[in-house]
Design a protein around this ligand. Structure first.
Ligand code: SF4
Length: 365
């Protein structure tokens, strides 16, 4: 059983902070043709692909970029290829990402009709000044409208992304975004800390962002605010109503196999980590879809430590041989708890997870 990811690398406009692989100008139909060939290559009727023998998937995720820029005709073609070439489990989680400016009735009806049962909406903030500063092309009203439209179309599992640390953002305005989303009864909320990546327009502009301490307070504000409203903080950046954690993303963190299709998409199959180059022209010219890069995961313990401590499921302490004192220090300082042989990071620990994981890995790997 795998998790299947299809990458749609198109956006109407490039956000100021974005360092992902996405394009604003390319023939979408030509690209969907290539994606379909790739789906066929890996699919159950292929006979060509030696890596995936059992083409069953229990989660499907159409991400981007901005999948909501696709016209219904291309959405149907894409899903038709997926259903023809993979056995999709009956109760599979099927997610599509959308941005508010293109998440209209036509798009929602098309994806609903194609079997999508989870919508992930890139809201980022519900303050128009912050959205403009981030180079987003939608307003807060459009985001709220998109949620309402999605509800009317029958979506009962909606996730919204927020960013904290945006230019001009205060704790109060971040809390207001959380209030609006929880007021809309959103099932799943992701809160990402803004990273000012080198080479992005945001970095080049030199616009200042809230300081580290303010960002830290925003992180704890989200933890507390969402916990009070019944959301489970199940991964560093992710909060969900009980039972509505993202099954697709959880597959990444539990070491399950996943197949990523599209330029810049990554896969993990057995003990191999593979990817396609971020080059849409090259991808579209292909007739055969061997991965561009493949490397063996040569340190499974490091992998296990890194992934397990991201989530509330935690890490089996029996795997650790040299970290007794370090774990005691983590517990004494309130960064972790350990019960029944499982080490779990607390909210404070999640915030420092990079350094905690690096320290543990240095002791164990
Ligand atoms: S919508 Fe997402 S992928 Fe597209 S430019 Fe903005 S941040 Fe990047």
């Amino acid at each position: 059983m795998i998790s299947l990811y299809l990458h749609i690398p198109f956006c109407r406009h490039k956000c100021n902070y974005c360092s992902f692989y996405s394009l604003t100008d390319f023939d979408k139909s030509e690209y969907i043709d290539a994606i379909i060939r790739c789906v066929q290559y890996f699919g159950k009727n292929s006979g060509e692909n030696p890596l995936i023998s059992d083409c069953r998937a229990d989660t499907v995720y159409i991400g981007g970029g901005t999948p909501s820029v696709l016209p219904p005709k291309l959405i149907y073609r894409l899903f038709d290829a997926v259903y023809r070439n993979f056995e999709i489990e009956k109760n599979a989680e099927i997610t599509v990402e959308a941005n508010p400016e293109s998440c209209d009735r036509e798009f929602l009806s098309a994806v609903k009709g194609a079997g999508v049962n989870r919508l992930s909406l890139g809201v980022q903030s519900l303050d128009d000044g912050q959205l403009r500063a981030a180079g987003r092309i939608h307003t807060s009203a459009q985001a709220v409208e998109a949620v309402k439209l999605a509800r009317n179309t029958g979506f009962d599992n909606i996730s919204c992304d927020l960013i904290f640390g945006l230019p001009g953002q205060t704790e109060r305005s971040f809390e207001n975004s959380l209030k609006i989303l929880t007021g809309l009864d959103i099932e799943h909320i992701s809160c990402y800390n803004l990273q000012v990546e080198r080479g992005t327009p945001l970095e080049r502009s030199g616009v200042s962002v809230p300081g580290e301490q303010t960002q830290e307070r925003m992180y704890f504000l989200a933890c507390e605010f969402l916990a009070e409203r019944g959301y489970v903080h199940y991964e560093i950046s992710n909060y969900a109503k009980r039972g509505l954690e993202s099954r697709h993303n959880s597959a990444y963190w539990t070491g399950k196999d996943y197949l990523g299709i599209g330029p810049a998409a990554h896969s993990k199959i057995r003990d191999m980590r593979c990817s396609f180059l971020p080059d849409i022209g090259r991808f579209c010219a292909r007739r055969s879809f061997e991965f561009d890069r493949c490397e063996r995961i040569d340190d499974p313990l490091f992998e296990k430590i890194m992934l397990s401590l991201r989530t509330k499921n935690g890490l089996d302490t029996a795997l650790l041989k040299n970290s007794e004192k370090f774990i005691s220090r983590l517990k004494d300082s309130g960064y972790a708890v350990a019960h029944d042989g499982i080490l779990r990071l607390t909210d404070r620990g999640f915030y420092l997870s990079n350094s905690i994981i690096a320290e543990l890995a240095a002791r164990e790997c």
